[in-house]
Design a protein around this ligand. Structure first.
Ligand SMILES: Nc1ncnc2c1ncn2[C@@H]1O[C@H](COP(=O)(O)OP(=O)(O)OP(=O)(O)O)[C@@H](O)[C@H]1O
Ligand SMILES: N[C@@H](CCO)C(=O)O
Length: 313
């Protein structure tokens, strides 16, 4: 989250009158992230994170807030939304939908160890199992229809080789039916910067605003593509196998998932190549914006295509 919308101490103090969180002590904008406006908030009752939603509409938000509340209730370390005096998680601040959630402890890492990969694999399996009892459904907003709609918008900015790669990968996944794979609640953006670590333990999963209902294996692929990736865009075999084995111990992977794994890794790489191209060439105005490098996921995608056998458990 970058700071797109500025909130003053005075504005937040008025807004907090609707909550039972005590007196505002400190308000600090958070520069990282690209989707929402976020602030660390300290009150006399504790430490929280305030989010103003820049893209998601108020009618879309109950899914995410109810989901975080559900997972937190099941013991998954994720932000717990705070209810206001009307018992609602969602409010409005500066004309934007807004919420305030518990602040988790820990720090993200850019250099995960094997122990971190194992802890993440197990945590993702646990989150998928806890998600099975969450009854709300959310089709993937970054699925096939989004790919089809977004590709033409970025095509003017990329070269012909890149456009050919983009088109052929989009066509490939459009022909596949992944709906027979185990489905459920997925985070869909569980990159290293969305996980807070305390030593070797996973202390917090954050940023659930791409969560949706899709193939569980797709979530595994998204996560492995970030956590177990060498800087040159080639999977670290040992890390990937460690991750997958830890996940498999919690939620056993099926033969159908083994078959689909190489294509899932490609679909996951394609999604972030495309969104990064979009964010780079069609950015929104904001005070502190940090766009990610699309070339990284272009390399990952090409390497997955060149690798006939992807690492498995
Ligand atoms: N509940 C929380 N507890 C502790 N820290 C948090 C919490 N929520 C957010 N943060 C901090 O804020 C940073 C950015 O948050 P987040 O990733 O949710 O933003 P975002 O705009 O949705 O970004 P992006 O989609 O680019 O990842 C995190 O890296 C983390 O340091
Ligand atoms: N995790 C995404 C950004 C936010 O969704 C990326 O690295 O491109």
């Amino acid at each position: 989250m970058s700071v797109y919308t500025t909130v003053s101490d005075a504005e937040l103090t008025v807004w907090l009158n609707d909550y039972s969180l005590g007196e505002l002590q400190e308000l600090q904008g958070i520069a990282s992230g690209i989707e929402n406006t976020n602030y660390f908030v300290t009150t006399s009752n504790g430490r929280f994170v305030l989010t103003l939603f820049e893209k998601l509409r108020a009618d879309e938000l109950p899914f995410y807030l109810n989901l975080m509340a559900h997972l937190a209730r099941h013991g998954i370390p994720c932000p717990a939304p705070m209810a206001n005096r009307h018992n609602q998680f969602l409010g409005v601040l500066k004309d934007k939908p807004a919420c305030i959630v518990s602040r988790l402890s820990g720090k993200s890492t850019t250099a995960p160890t094997l122990a971190h990969c194992a802890a993440m694999g197990a945590m993702l399996g646990q989150m998928h199992i806890a998600g099975q009892s969450f009854s709300q459904i959310m089709p993937n907003p970054r699925g096939g229809a989004w790919r089809m709609a977004t590709a033409p918008q970025v095509r003017p900015f990329i070269n012909t080789g890149q456009a050919a790669l983009l088109d052929s990968e989009i066509a490939l996944h459009a022909q596949r039916n992944y709906s027979l794979l185990p489905q459920g609640l997925i985070h869909a953006d569980l990159f290293r910067d969305n996980v807070l670590l305390e030593g070797e333990r996973v202390g917090g999963l954050i940023d659930f605003y791409f969560a949706c209902t899709d193939a569980l294996l797709y979530d595994v692929a998204i996560t492995v593509n970030d956590w177990c990736m060498r800087p040159d865009g080639i999977l670290d075999t040992t890390q990937a196998q460690t991750f997958l084995r830890a996940y498999h111990t919690v939620r056993p992977l099926q033969d159908s998932e083994h078959q689909a794994w190489p294509l899932m890794l490609r679909q996951a790489a394609l999604r972030f190549w495309l969104s990064r191209l979009f964010d780079k060439y069609l950015p929104r105005d904001g005070e502190l914006i940090h766009a990610h490098d699309p070339a990284h996921f272009e390399r990952i995608l090409k390497n997955h295509i060149d690798t006939s056998q992807a690492v498995w458990i």
